[in-house]
Design a protein around this ligand. Sequence first.
Ligand code: CDP
Length: 228
Amino acid sequence: MDKLIIAIDGYSATGKSTHAKALAKKLNFTYVDTGAMYRAVTLFGLNQNPKNIIDLRLLNNSLNQIKIHFEEGDEEQQTFLNNENVTKVIRDPRVNKNVSMVAAQKPIRSFLNDQQHLLALDKNLVMDGRDIGTVVFPNSFCKFFLIANPEVRAKRRYLEQLEVGFEESLEEVLQNINSRDNQDESRVTSPLQKANDAIEIDVSNLNINRVFNMLYNQVLKKLESIKK
Ligand code: CDP
């Protein structure tokens, strides 16, 4: 039988990864953070140049040197780039500023799309990202699209960043979120958009438990319907 995929797409800092992790734990699925994969490629590109300026042509030609894998950690899933643990550094504001430009590159999307398919060969997955329900796994049995107003998202991301020691002002975080939204929505290859059959949830005024319960109940319904 084909493996089951739950796709959680949507805007930055809407809580996609929090809910994807919690759903994966509850259902005994594997969580895959596709944003971390785009972030790892971006970090590789930044490190290719001593001035930390990404040369897209060089990066596109170096994809065969990039290996990304995930390992379960005590609390958080850990992301590895060429066997180095990059879980924290891929959240650096330098990466935030460049990741959407990198993610607009067709060869990079195709490279990561292939890797995302390999992950689904032998596991049921909860995958979060921007194009999972539309492009990567359009046959996902359950698809969500999370939205929220930019101010709510910026505040959430600002606090998350402070907690891990990245000090950016709320204004800078908001600017980055708006700029990434624009780039993600307007790119030609796999833009950020809701799949026709995705369930859209505006989380702006909902607490985290409420959102989780909404997602979980929908997944149970969908699981019932595919069993029939
Ligand atoms: O955590 P946050 O929601 O801010 O972003 P992320 O999920 O870590 O993704 C970072 C960036 O990677 C996004 O802004 C997109 O440019 C890109 N991305 C993408 O294009 N496609 C995906 N499936 C996942 C991420």
